[in-house]
Design a protein around this ligand. Structure first.
Ligand SMILES: Cc1ncc(COP(=O)(O)O)c(C=O)c1O
Length: 381
């Protein structure tokens, strides 16, 4: 009945990307140039911030954000353990100390009440992650940040198209990072973007991502910097994708709506709660089951029926060997880290082990959705 295994990743790539890449190749200028700058310009308009800077990937976008706003060795940054490891590593790169707090049981986003409890005199910033494309509670997070004089770096790697009351994520915090990795709502063949409304910060980050050069370039180096520059080749793919993004998001939203209606009929399965006024970007459609065993059973059952699904982030960030063995990290030679083996986030622990991803990709056809519905409703787990 279905012609392919239903995928959870299926980028939409066609002549639009091809033609733009050919133009770049014909121009003979493959590295950062006018195509990167066009992508920056259009992406800042999409998000609604004043500035955007393209970089090599979402991880370097976060790293650049940390360098730019000045997270220094020993500064504590409060974040969620329920995320991809790059969110947390970006704090560690610059010597910041990740402080993990629990998540909200309904939205699976960092819990503002827990953030408040974790603030110490050493706290410098908060790093919310808009997990799976649902915005974190930015109004409350910004209020806490203001009251306590903290900086906010949004990890919007998964959240192109996510909004709160019509305002796009990325524009709430002091700086935000997006990713254009192969699985994301828009892709670029590796790529990332930092966005901000702060001109001084923008200029500093532009310098840091280009060997610490001044605006006019050359061989003067004002500060220690990196090479985080995106290529025009990747930007060409990104530009074509950005043009398609509203259509792709629309399809994801429709598919997610349909999936929610299906899941509503299955008593023991839940999904991420979308608060009123929040627009989920539907990067991942995740469902939560009553136990870890049920997750294994459902994944096997779906596989047997030609539907791909998987666990993601089932190991919380502080449980990863990288953080359990933090003494081996270079900054541990001069900095005091918490004992990550003692961290407790019961809600995140439960969700991490009992959730899984099912297909929501924009290319799903009506027939495929109907099939998915039939298979899910027939599950007698
Ligand atoms: C939440 C989150 N942060 C950061 C990243 C890093 O992005 P990239 O893979 O482009 O380096 C990713 C994606 O992979 C992500 O999902």
């Amino acid at each position: 009945m279905i012609k392919r295994p239903l995928p959870f990743v299926d980028p939409v790539i066609d002549d639009a990307e091809l033609n733009k890449v050919i133009d770049v190749i014909k121009s003979k200028w493959l590295v950062e140039g006018k195509v990167v700058h066009e992508l920056e310009d259009k992406f800042k308009d999409f998000v609604g911030t004043k500035y955007a800077l393209a970089v090599t990937n979402g991880t370097t976008a976060l790293h650049l954000a940390m360098e730019g706003i000045g997270i220094n060795p020993g500064d504590e940054v409060i974040t969620t353990p329920f995320t991809f490891i790059a969110s947390v590593n970006s704090i560690s790169f610059v010597g910041g100390i990740p402080k993990f707090v629990d998540i909200d049981p309904k939205t699976w986003e960092i819990d503002p009440k827990e953030i408040k409890k974790a603030i110490t005199p050493k706290t410098k910033a908060i790093l919310p992650v808009h997990i799976f494309g649902l915005p974190s509670n930015m109004p409350e997070i910004m209020e806490i940040a203001e009251e306590n004089d903290l900086l906010v770096i949004e990890d919007a790697a998964q959240a192109h198209g996510a909004k709160i009351n019509g305002k796009h994520v990325g524009g709430f915090g002091h700086v935000a990072a997006f990713s254009f990795y192969a699985t994301k709502n828009m892709i670029a063949g590796e790529g990332g973007m930092v966005v901000t409304n702060d001109e001084e910060l923008r200029d500093k980050m532009e310098s840091i991502k280009n060997h610490g050069r001044p605006k006019k370039g050359g061989y003067l180096h004002l500060r220690i910097g990196y090479n985080f520059r995106m290529t025009d080749l990747c930007a060409a793919v990104g530009l074509a994708q950005l043009e398609k993004l509203p259509t792709l998001l629309n399809k994801r939203a429709k598919n997610a709506e349909r999936l929610r209606k299906i899941i509503d009929q299955i008593e023991e399965i839940e999904y991420q709660f979308v608060p009123k006024g929040y627009t989920h970007a539907n990067y991942v459609f995740a469902i939560k089951l009553s136990s870890s065993e049920k997750v294994d059973q459902l994944i096997t059952y779906l596989k047997d029926n030609n539907i791909r699904s998987r666990r993601i982030y089932s190991t919380l960030a502080y449980k990863q060997p990288a953080y359990q063995n933090i003494k081996e990290w270079r900054w541990a030679k001069v900095l005091e880290y918490p004992d990550y083996s003692k961290v407790k986030t019961p809600i995140a622990k439960d969700i991490a082990t009992t959730h899984m991803e099912i297909p929501v990709v924009p290319t799903l056809t009506q027939e495929e959705l109907k099939y998915l519905e039939k298979v899910l409703l027939n599950w007698n787990g």
